[in-house]
Design a protein around this ligand. Structure first.
Ligand code: FNR
Length: 191
């Protein structure tokens, strides 16, 4: 049975290194995984004013998340936290009320990305904190703080070293196992 995994990239930038890493992860994933790229750049800022008559983009985003068995988040760090666009997306998916939370119970994995040696950890954990409340079942290990990210994967998607290649592959293997362990089986079905 194939597992449908939604990929959400926290950067809106055309040349995003995070998106590059996300592609590299998808390419190294087990064959049982299929991917849906869930875009967040067009989502109007969340406001409760629009709960009764939501923008089409919010509905599109919620439907796409709902259709997935698991979610892979690949994000840069902005000012020691997550980019606003990503926070906006998690707010939209969690509303208009708790019953409607499209994230509820889904397996998730977080990869944080930085061009610097020491970046990414704060964003990773800020996102984990957010996920506790919206009840995403976030994989604990292996953690993935990808520093010096431009050296990890080049513009053509080639890993910069055998070790990078192995770590990216092992991360996706572990995520596949995590989804099998805590996942919901058929898309959208509740346990
Ligand atoms: C950054 N950057 C950054 N990097 C980091 O490691 N820690 C940080 O706190 C920040 N803060 C930050 C704030 C803002 C507003 C910007 C625009 C950038 C640098 C960031 O990691 C770098 O621009 C990445 O290349 C962004 O990721 P993408 O777009 O390449 O995926």
């Amino acid at each position: 049975i194939s597992t449908r995994v939604g990929i959400i990239v926290g950067s809106l930038r055309t040349e995003s290194i995070s998106r590059r890493i996300a592609h590299a992860l998808a390419e190294r994933a087990p064959g049982s995984m299929e991917f849906a790229w869930i875009e967040i750049g067009d989502l109007p800022l969340y406001s409760e004013d629009f709960d009764d008559d939501p923008p089409a983009q919010w509905t599109r985003f919620r439907d796409e998340v709902r259709s997935c068995d698991g979610l892979l988040f690949v994000t840069p760090e902005y000012n020691r936290s997550i980019p606003g666009a990503l926070k906006n997306a998690t707010d939209i998916g969690s509303r208009p009320d708790e019953d409607a939370n499209v994230f509820d119970g889904k397996p998730a994995a977080i990869v944080s990305v930085s061009p610097y040696a020491n970046g990414g950890m704060a964003a990773n954990h800020a996102l984990r904190q957010n996920f506790v409340y919206i009840n995403l079942r976030t994989m604990a290990q292996p953690e993935a703080y990808i520093g010096m990210a431009e050296d990890v994967v080049d513009e053509e998607g080639r890993a910069g070293s055998d070790e990078s290649d192995r770590l990216l592959t092992e991360f996706m293997q572990a995520f596949a196992e995590w989804i099998a362990l805590v996942g919901q089986g058929e898309s959208g079905e509740r346990p």
